[in-house]
Design a binder for this molecule. Structure first.
Ligand code: ADP
Ligand code: ZN
Ligand code: MG
Length: 480
């Protein structure tokens, strides 16, 4: 991966994800913010005086799951703190967060950058907090929707170990994949279920961290890369000119492809963190820890490597198959059911992907399952159908929800491999194309492909291609 040629670059991330829980973090309101505004609210998440928060243990469990998967030391005791700020989106005027005792600290995750490079990225901490409401500015007035207030959030803070926009984009995609594997979050940056603030600084080589700028408002990993690379170039320009940076927060403007100043940076003291008096510390018991343990999955990078060694997939194939956990499960089930791994991988990444896109279905929800898929590949392998017919069968599986064998029988798509039947078709084609036949006989072998093409056409694509070729050779008196 590209590294700045003149300065050391330091990038650290603060990633927020919405946790997939039924209810909010500290009350029983539905965790559903797409509903009609202010439908999912109660005195607790509206911050009425005298109400008390109650912990959603599921959110805690998902927090531990992520912390563990990121190689963190997980907390034997975790507690909450009040982060004070005054703003209309936060009805209590403080956010319940974690400060001194987060669910996990000192994590380490392996990240692959490109095909050959891999490095460990340190995680500073993983902590739980609640989301704020949404403010909608409409002309002179501002509307408030508190459906999102109290929604469980998990924040992951990395150490400044990333070195370029490209590395950061790749790290974020890996992270999204991980939390989707774990099923803890959809982690969609454009839908708001994941956010990422990127901190970046540059310094002369060997001088350590520089003065950081925090970047916000990027709603895809790609925009994070663009914003960082823009900012890195801006910092380099200032340093080149002998200037110095100011610690500040800047917003990515995706319409202009630049960053713009938002505010000079606040310090942690401004928030006057103090322990949340209404929420006892949480000490996980054995049952809780067993549930966390049971939720762990094979890490995406481990899966990618295993797919390569166990099934001899290329790095590109493994990349595709492991990208989505359901695809990987489907692939391995298909191989277990008898499918050839190479064929399965290439069908999955091409024809099947196309059909899924066209029907906007996910693999789990599609009429194709591992058994049907391996049967289909088996039919090709046994010479019962050609690859071309197989594509038509696949489309029929999607449109009619039938088994491949039934489709082949019903449509009469069985490959013609009876030599006499083939010879009849081939003779007909030869009779209809006397000029081509003479040309081939005179040595123009390229024209043979045309004749085979005609045989296919005359048989609705059902003629066994190799057998047809050798019969044609015999009839033409040519070979190979
Ligand atoms: P703050 O107190 O301003 O919130 P933190 O030390 O808590 O700063 O770090 C917040 C994020 O910024 C972390 O992801 C960290 O890795 C990153 N970070 C901190 N200092 C720098 C720096 N000098 N350059 C780049 N990133 C930094
Ligand atoms: Zn509520
Ligand atoms: Mg901080």
């Amino acid at each position: 991966m590209k590294v700045h040629d003149k300065y050391d670059v330091f990038i650290g991330l603060e990633i927020h994800i919405h946790l997939n829980t039924e209810s909010k973090m500290f009350c029983s309101c539905k965790a559903n913010y797409g509903d009609e505004p202010n439908m999912n609210v109660c005195p607790v998440c509206l911050g009425y005086p005298g109400t008390l928060p109650r912990l959603n243990e599921k959110a805690m469990e998902l927090g531990y799951l992520v912390a563990k998967s990121l190689g963190c030391k997980i907390a034997e005791k975790t507690s909450f703190a009040r982060k004070n700020y005054f703003y209309p989106d936060m009805p209590k005027n403080y956010q319940i967060s974690q400060f001194e005792e987060p669910v996990g600290v000192e994590g380490l995750v392996e990240a692959e950058f490109g095909i050959s490079e891999s490095r460990k990225i340190r995680i500073h901490d993983v902590h739980l907090e609640e989301d704020a409401g949404k403010m909608i500015h409409a002309g002179d007035i501002t509307l408030l929707d508190y459906n999102r207030a109290g929604y469980p959030l998990l924040e992951i803070v990395t150490e400044p170990d990333l070195r370029s926009g490209e590395e950061t984009e790749s790290f974020l995609r890996d992270f999204q994949r991980l939390v989707r594997y774990l099923g803890v979050s959809d982690a969609n940056m454009d839908e708001g279920s994941m956010k990422c603030d990127a901190n970046v600084s540059l310094n002369h080589p060997g001088k350590g961290l520089g003065i950081k700028v925090e970047l916000k408002n990027m709603n895809s990993p790609r925009f994070v890369r663009l914003a960082l690379n823009h900012e890195i170039a801006r910092h380099a320009g200032i340093l080149d000119a002998g200037g110095s940076l100011v610690q500040e927060t800047r917003l990515w403007n995706e319409n202009r492809d630049i960053t713009e100043i938002m505010r000079r940076k606040e310090a942690a003291d401004d928030y006057r963190y103090f322990p949340e008096p209404d929420m006892p510390s949480f000490v996980p018991d054995n049952d809780f820890l067993a549930r966390v343990e049971a939720g762990l999955v094979e890490l995406p990078l481990d899966k990618k490597r295993r797919l390569q060694t166990e099934y001899s997939l290329t790095p590109e194939q493994a990349e595709f198959i492991h990208d989505d956990a359901a695809t990987a499960v489907f692939f391995e089930e298909s191989v277990k059911a008898g499918a050839d791994a190479q064929n399965a991988a290439s069908w999955l990444s091409s024809d099947i992907q196309k059909l899924l896109n066209r029907s906007s279905l996910s693999l789990d929800a599609s009429p194709l399952d591992a058994r049907r898929f391996s049967t289909l590949l088996g039919l090709i392998k046994e010479g019962q159908i050609s690859g071309k017919i197989a594509k038509k069968v696949l489309e029929k599986i999607f449109s009619d929800n039938l088994d491949p064998q039934d489709i082949v029988d019903k449509e009469g798509w069985l490959q013609i491999s009876n030599p006499e039947e083939l010879a009849t078709i081939i003779k007909k084609v030869m009779m209809e194309n006397p000029d081509v036949v003479s040309a081939v006989k005179a040595g123009d072998m390229r024209q043979k492909g045309f004749l085979i093409g005609q045989v296919m056409r005359n048989s609705d694509g059902k003629a066994a291609p190799e057998l047809s070729g050798s019969i044609l050779d015999k009839l033409l008196g040519t070979n190979a």
